[in-house]
Design a binder for this molecule. Structure first.
Ligand code: FEO
Ligand code: CA
Ligand code: CA
Length: 627
């Protein structure tokens, strides 16, 4: 989801208290809240950046503002598939003027591709599950969003959301192509039948007139990022689900629970509720509770019914970073992307059975959901500390009937409120989490938070910078294996811009230089060698605070030395998001999402209307990416 849209949604008027605080930013010291007396400038003004990493074998590229992809020398970036491409026999061709119907769109690749996973069938064939997070109305409809939407427009929008599943095969030259027709091809949309499972399935708050049992729900939307289980299924994560609900009923006022999920019923971002009563929160209040979950999909079985796994909690899910603890349990790390929201982890009761995938079916239904507390270093050292995972389990930690939680289902449906009760740490917009396969350390992008430092959200050890316009990547090391309840943490990079701010907190940590400066880290992924791939969704003005940063980009970091190099830059006003590799790490797929959201792009191939696209990246010599 474009960061620009989030800004429009949530950034209200400038906050005078915040501005006052920021006036003193250059002299900001961490001493005040850590008690250790170490000033930030001791870190930020170190001139020598790490370089010469043996992990990073490519030549860094410069920032770019071109309406095209720029990539490291010796690499090629090509379009695999774009929004609107027909997926099945008989599907209509893409119409570049926006005249495809809702029925056409149901058989075409969805819009705004985001998180995705590659599932290998053999060395040269695979199936890709690709999220279609939201739509760009200005390009989806022939009228360009200039007219009020119609019932047909709403149907087309719903059909452009969800997940696209496609088969791909490799040609002799190491390039991949989409296979059509294929028995695996499938579109999952905002109207696909799915089931609930886990503790909240069937709960009264999930029951509607259409589904009195509360166990069958239509559709998924706001599908941000993703995860992949060891038994070969895909997890798609429902993020900004609130923006799809509204009402024109006079006198409607949202409940506290609806407000906690930022429902703005009188001004929904998409006008689905005008034509589809399911999304009218006055008429169908419980439908709102049926979204904001993680959905498991079997991409290799086109007849399978997707399952919303309620044990993982309901919030604005970014991705699902899946790992297996040394002791065998499944662990899923998850971020809730909103200013001041939390980082969660799910630990299964049972252990993963690698020999018998069918035996793992209930692992995502039975387990403990935790939320993170980050504390400062006891010696006052900045940018590091310790932390705890607090169980969101009914009857523990104040999560009782007296505090409004009648059951575990209640806690899961209102996970944000439960995390409030246990006083979890309010983070700077947790986006993706990725686990380093070499040492098990988990990394999370905290993309930015312009509200940090105002009176409601003071700076803290893990979110140390007021008016955090650049973001940071935090990482933690569990004490023991991934099931542990204690961890230590540090900040891998505090992003910044030494061009605009040669000194002070907005400069960033020493691994930020004039050559790799970027803002708003978002997508994240590790390859098997332990290279950290970082994708950005931030400001692309290339002016002021953002001068010299260019368009959104992908960089690669060395977790040990901290060195970060720019690898790729996207076309105008896109974000780069979604990352998945083939098992041989010779092809990397990355998404260009919402190119030209400012009306300034013809990506790809000089298209009359810009199109979100999956990009295939290979090395000209066929080698391992990044090496
Ligand atoms: Fe869909 Fe938080 O990004
Ligand atoms: Ca983002
Ligand atoms: Ca994101």
């Amino acid at each position: 989801m474009s960061d620009k849209i989030l800004e429009l949604n949530m950034d209200s008027l400038p906050n005078p208290a915040r501005r006052k605080l920021l006036a003193g930013t250059g002299a900001f010291s961490l001493a005040g809240f850590l008690g250790g007396g170490v000033s930030f400038s001791a870190f930020a003004d170190v001139k020598s950046a790490p370089n010469g990493s043996p992990l990073l074998g490519f030549k860094a590229i410069a920032a770019s503002t071109a309406d095209d992809i720029a990539i490291a020398p010796g690499y090629r970036a090509e379009v695999l598939i774009s929004w609107g491409e027909p997926l099945v026999d008989g599907a209509a061709a893409f119409d570049p003027q926006g005249n495809n119907s809702a029925a056409d769109q149901e058989k075409q690749f969805g819009d705004n591709n985001d998180g995705m996973s590659f599932f290998a069938i053999d060395d040269n064939r695979g199936v890709m599950a690709i999220n279609n997070e939201y739509v760009n109305e200005q390009y989806l409809f022939a009228h360009g969003g200039s007219k009020a939407v119609s019932a047909e427009d709403v149907k087309k929008s719903q059909a452009a959301h969800g997940v696209s599943i496609v088969e791909v095969e490799r040609a002799d030259d190491n390039r991949w192509r989409v296979v059509r027709p294929s028995r695996y091809t499938r579109r999952i949309t905002a109207n696909t039948v799915m089931h609930f499972s886990g503790p909240a399935a069937g709960h009264a708050a999930l029951q509607t007139a259409a589904d009195p049992e509360g166990k069958t729900v239509l559709g998924t939307f706001g599908n941000c990022a993703n995860g992949k289980t060891p038994w070969g299924t895909y997890l798609t994560c429902e993020e900004n689900f609130d923006t799809y609900f509204g009402t024109k009923s006079a006198g409607f006022s949202p409940t506290a629970q609806q407000k906690r999920y930022t429902l703005k019923a009188s001004e929904p971002e998409r006008n689905w509720s005008d034509f589809d009563e399911r999304f009218d929160v006055a008429k169908n209040p419980n439908e709102f509770n049926r979204h904001g979950w993680i959905v498991e999909i079997d991409p290799l079985d086109p007849a399978s019914v997707p399952v919303k796994r309620t044990a993982l909690g309901r919030f604005k899910h970014e991705n699902a970073a899946v790992t297996v603890a040394k002791s065998g349990e499944l662990v899923v790390y998850m971020g809730d992307d909103e200013r001041g929201e939390y980082i969660y982890k799910f630990v299964s009761n049972g252990k993963v059975d690698h020999a018998n995938p069918a035996a793992n079916k209930s692992l995502l239904d039975e387990g403990t959901l935790y939320v993170a507390v980050f504390e400062g270093d006891k010696n006052g050292m900045p940018l590091k500390g310790t932390g705890r995972w607090i169980a969101l389990t009914h009857g523990q930690n104040g999560l009782t009937a007296e505090n409004g939680f009648q059951s575990q289902a209640d806690i899961l449906i209102n996970a944000r409120a439960a995390a409030d009760v246990v006083k979890a740490t309010r983070m700077d917009r947790p986006e993706w989490i990725a686990v380093n396969p070499h040492d098990g350390r988990a990394y999370c992008t905290l993309t930015n938070n312009t509200k940090r430092g105002d009176e409601k959200m003071p700076v803290d050890a893990a979110n140390p910078r007021p008016d955090n316009i650049y973001g940071q990547i935090i990482r933690w090391d569990e004490q023991g294996d991934a099931t542990a309840q204690q961890f230590s943490w540090d900040i891998f990079v505090l992003c910044g811009n030494p061009i605009a701010h040669p000194q002070g907190v907005q400069r960033g940590t020493p691994n930020i230089t004039a050559d790799n400066t970027f803002n708003s880290p978002d997508g994240l992924g590790f390859d098997s060698a332990g290279r950290l791939w970082i994708l950005t969704d931030g400001k692309y003005s290339n002016e002021g605070d953002y001068q010299g940063q260019g368009n959104n980009q992908m960089l690669v970091g060395d977790p040990d030395s901290g060195e970060i190099r720019r690898f790729m830059v996207g076309p105008k006003s896109c974000e780069l998001t979604g990352i998945t590799f083939t098992p041989d790490y010779r092809t990397l797929f990355v998404n260009v999402q919402h190119p030209g959201e400012e009306g300034d792009s013809h990506f790809p191939h000089n298209s009359p209307r810009p199109r979100s696209s999956v990009i295939m990246i290979t090395r000209e010599d066929g080698g391992i990416l990044g090496a």
